[in-house]
Write a protein that binds this ligand. Structure first.
Ligand code: 13P
Length: 250
């Protein structure tokens, strides 16, 4: 069964108090979500956020990154074990901002995926093309390469733990959302690719989220596409009313 998810990626926003207020406001306003709701908070919020979320069914916690090594002399970094120890259940891996600003490679992302899975931390694996690639019509091949390079070494059982998020880079934080047709086409291509590697049942069961300027206005149409199973939300996840409206669009 394919799981529907709305995940909020706060990125580097909100102090601890502001973040906890935001979670409380969402918990107050969101009644019975039709899918899972995930908060991807900054690291330092995780432990307190976990306390708020564990009393509410269907609400989950994610980290925005983890290091690709188990532990050791990596000053300033955070390990998968540490994330699990404070209550994270998911971890974002391969966000385009990490690929771009922190030069994370497909090989490192594969290591992060392996490590996370070994700790029962579910990766929300992000993929997506830059504008130039879209304009040249190479977007499907580009995303396929990202997925093959970092995920297709996994066993079927491991792959079933992965949530995918298609986030075209040109749509992130730009107000330029992909159209529902562009989104559906890419999600369908991703599902076909998964079917070729893991079979149609695994492909059918894989959750594929859309991210990139998704908001309270466009979420209903995006989520109504047959291969779109929810969203990974940046800016709009920082405003309780907007985030709840997106949750209600599931
Ligand atoms: P925006 O919703 O702000 O465009 O960000 C999307 C995103 O990067 C979520 O990970």
């Amino acid at each position: 069964m394919r799981q529907k998810i709305v995940a909020g990626n706060w990125k580097m926003n909100k102090t601890l108090d502001e973040g906890l207020e935001l979670i409380k406001a969402v918990l107050d306003k969101a009644e019975k979500p039709k899918g899972a709701v995930v908060f991807a908070t900054p690291f330092i919020h995780l432990k307190d956020a976990a306390k708020l979320l564990k009393v509410r069914r269907g609400f989950h916690l994610a980290a925005q990154n983890c290091h690709h090594e188990e532990k050791g002399a990596y000053t300033g970094e955070v390990s998968a074990d540490m994330l699990v120890s404070v209550g994270a259940e998911f971890v974002l891996i391969g966000h385009s901002e990490r690929r771009q600003y922190f030069k994370e490679t497909n090989a490192q992302l594969a290591q992060k995926v392996n490590l996370s899975l070994s700790r029962n931390l579910r990766p929300i694996f992000c993929c997506g093309e830059p504008l130039a690639v879209r304009e040249e019509g190479r977007h499907v091949a580009y995303v396929a390469k990202q997925l093959k390079a970092s995920l297709f070494h996994l066993s079927e059982q491991q792959f079933r733990q992965i949530v995918l998020a298609y986030e075209p880079i040109w749509a992130i934080g730009t107000g330029r959302t992909a159209t529902s047709a562009q989104t559906q086409d890419m999600h369908a291509s991703i599902r076909t690719l998964i079917a070729k590697k893991y079979g149609t049942q695994v492909a059918d069961d894989t959750t594929i989220l859309y991210g990139g300027s998704a908001n309270a206005q466009n979420a209903v149409e995006l989520f109504s596409q047959p291969d779109v199973d929810g969203g990974l939300i940046g800016g709009a996840s920082l405003k309780p009313d907007d985030f709840v409206a997106i949750i209600n669009a599931l």
